[in-house]
Design a protein around this ligand. Sequence first.
Ligand SMILES: [Zn+2]
Length: 265
Amino acid sequence: MSPRTITNAGFNLDATVGDMWVDGSWIWPLAWRDVYPVLIQDNIQIVHKDMADRVLWKHGNELHDHSSAIVWQSIRTREPDVDWVCIVWFAQCIPKHAFLMWLIMRRKLLTQDKILQWDFSRRKNMNMMCCLLCYADYDSHHHLFFECNFSSQVWNLVRGKVGMDNVEPKWSVIVDRLCSGSSSKSASSYVSKLVVTATAYAIWQERNARLFKNHARPPDAIGANVLQTVRYKLMGVKFKAMEKCEGFFKLGIFMTLTATTVGGD
Ligand SMILES: [Zn+2]
């Protein structure tokens, strides 16, 4: 409502909603109802007639001070947490890795197996398609993470650094292993998640570098790059949330184990 509208109707500019409520009815001009339909709704509450106006947000049956946070809580749809939430979004994760991890868990990457499901007219030249990492099969989520001969070599290079020596290069097996310890705040659980997400990220990067830039690196360079990324991350980790002694001990082992294998790539 413009100041002119308010003064033309004979009201002061500092009048409150409470001033409009006199003897049990609204005293604003009837013509306002057509221009401002909100005035017809019965959701204007006079809490205290003498108080200054406040805009409140009704969330459920409660009134809250208005904020974007409370509006978002009201309008968003809620679903129960999936059982893998803790291995994707965890404290002190690497955000770009977490986002890719989320896409992988939802099977949302545009892999070749999806393209091959398109109708025939759109896949004219796609019979030549193959995984650019191993050239043996077309790529898919299962193949890339990490059943592909190339990816599995990378996994085999990094898994021992986080005590996952016996975990085969299969996404479902790795996810089960991470989920079984995902609620733990231990350093080893944290580092395992960092290594798996960094490895998945590096494989997807390598696949895209080969596809779009024709730039290829061998598995040991990818493995070294993963370990280097994790080491850099760990150097900046705040230990408060973790059990300190165990954290320093395990991280010390990780740093020692990876220090000799991390080359300059
Ligand atoms: Zn492959």
